[in-house]
Design a binder for this molecule. Structure first.
Ligand SMILES: Cc1cc2nc3c(=O)[nH]c(=O)nc-3n(C[C@H](O)[C@H](O)[C@H](O)COP(=O)(O)O)c2cc1C
Length: 184
């Protein structure tokens, strides 16, 4: 089983990256895991040129940037786990740019082509406030998955996140439980 982790935190040593580490530790050898730090990939938002909706592009998108290799990684993985801090009630801009650009994998007019269908998605979230503040982002992702016929495998939220508490193993029981849920 291939699991792709999209780490959407700009901070390589921050709370989210620490949570990703604990998540990967708990997966152990149960799956083949690849983590990509998406902030470093220079992925622009969709420009709505419509090219991907008129035809199935070899490259999936007319914009030639860091997303090109991400389509391959996404398509060759069964499960994609987004990992993002909450910024202004939402996932980070680079995480949202990645989600925007998945649109290139689907003809949303007639669904004659939908390469997202059947994929699984889960999300790891860290935030500064109480966990309900992540509802807006997590519910949006759940709806996106439903619309594009992906299976939403839920979220793990670390409210009032502090790196030390995450690295101390305080959340490991929750992380372990979530690994089970995400991998199925
Ligand atoms: C620009 C910005 C906006 C933020 N907005 C929110 C927010 O809306 N709600 C919240 O609970 N925390 C917010 N936070 C706090 C982060 O979500 C939290 O500190 C997170 O764990 C940071 O993850 P990182 O260490 O991986 O960068 C914000 C932080 C930044 C830098």
């Amino acid at each position: 089983m291939k699991v792709l982790i999209i780490n959407g935190s700009p901070r390589a040593e921050g709370n989210t990256s620490e949570l990703v580490k604990r998540f990967m530790m708990n997966i152990g050898n149960k799956a083949e895991v690849e983590e990509v730090r998406i902030f470093e990939k220079d992925i622009k938002g969709c420009k709505n040129c419509g090219a991907c909706q008129r035809t199935v592009l070899k490259t999936h998108c007319a914009v030639n940037d860091g997303m090109a290799e991400m389509y391959q990684k996404f398509l060759s993985s069964e499960i994609t786990v987004l990992a993002s801090p909450i910024y202004m009630w939402q996932f980070t801009p680079c995480t949202l740019a990645f989600l925007n650009r998945l649109h290139g994998l689907c003809h949303s007019k007639d669904f004659s082509y939908d390469a997202m269908a059947g994929k699984k998605m889960a999300v790891l979230i860290t935030l500064g406030a109480e966990e309900e503040v992540a509802d807006y982002a997590a519910n949006g992702l759940r709806d996106l998955c439903e619309f594009f016929q992906m299976e939403y495998r839920g979220d793990l939220r670390i409210p009032f996140a502090e790196k030390q508490r995450i690295s101390s193993g305080e959340y490991d029981e929750k992380v372990k439980e979530f690994v089970g849920k995400a991998l199925g």
